[in-house]
Design a protein around this ligand. Structure first.
Ligand code: MG
Length: 182
């Protein structure tokens, strides 16, 4: 198993859409950024890349590159999923937190989880997205910005193979594409 963490912050500003976890949320302000500034997906991507020691999203999708201007962070997340697959990693689980004073996000969290699970071909139970405030303190409390944190566990495919050598291939093995078990 390999663990990764991600952290991101974007400034709230007028005249931008608020997109979190690939969900457009009706709000008077949105997050400023080169892409769609989806702060929770950025934290999740950095956790995934970090767990694999494959750099960060700034390295893979630089904000100086016009190719990523206005990019959908869900599309970038799919690309990160492909990078992990190329490097023979399986995502075990993701946990994450959006830190925002307003708006209330609870009703949007299920759709965000579904978006992340779909982008990475995961079960819904492997993806957790939570939301909290910071009790009016700091830049999230004043509404200047939104922050996000994420952690994840990756399973290197070689670990599965090593387990099989010791324990034998499990009878319930799904034989997922790309897996050396299948
Ligand atoms: Mg960002």
């Amino acid at each position: 198993m390999r663990i990764g963490t991600g952290y991101d912050v974007h400034r709230l500003t007028e005249g931008r859409k608020l997109i979190l976890g690939g969900v457009e949320i009706p709000w008077e302000k949105g997050l400023l950024g080169h892409s769609d500034a989806d702060v929770i997906l950025h934290a999740i991507m950095d956790a995934l890349l970090g767990a694999a020691a494959l750099g960060d999203i700034g390295q893979h999708f630089p904000d100086t590159d016009p190719a990523w201007e206005g990019a959908s962070s869900l599309d970038l997340l799919k690309r990160v999923g492909a990078i992990l697959e190329e490097n023979n990693y399986i995502v075990e689980n993701i946990d994450s937190t959006i830190i925002a004073q307003r708006p209330k996000l609870a009703s949007y969290l299920p759709a965000m989880r579904e978006n992340v699970a779909r982008a990475l071909n995961l079960e819904l139970s492997q993806v957790s997205i939570k939301a909290t405030t910071e009790e009016g303190l700091g830049f999230t409390g004043s509404g200047e910005g939104i922050a996000a944190q994420a952690v994840c566990l990756l399973l290197p495919l070689m670990d599965l193979v090593a387990d099989d050598i010791v324990n034998g291939t499990p009878s319930g093995c799904a034989g997922c594409s790309g897996c050396p078990r299948s």
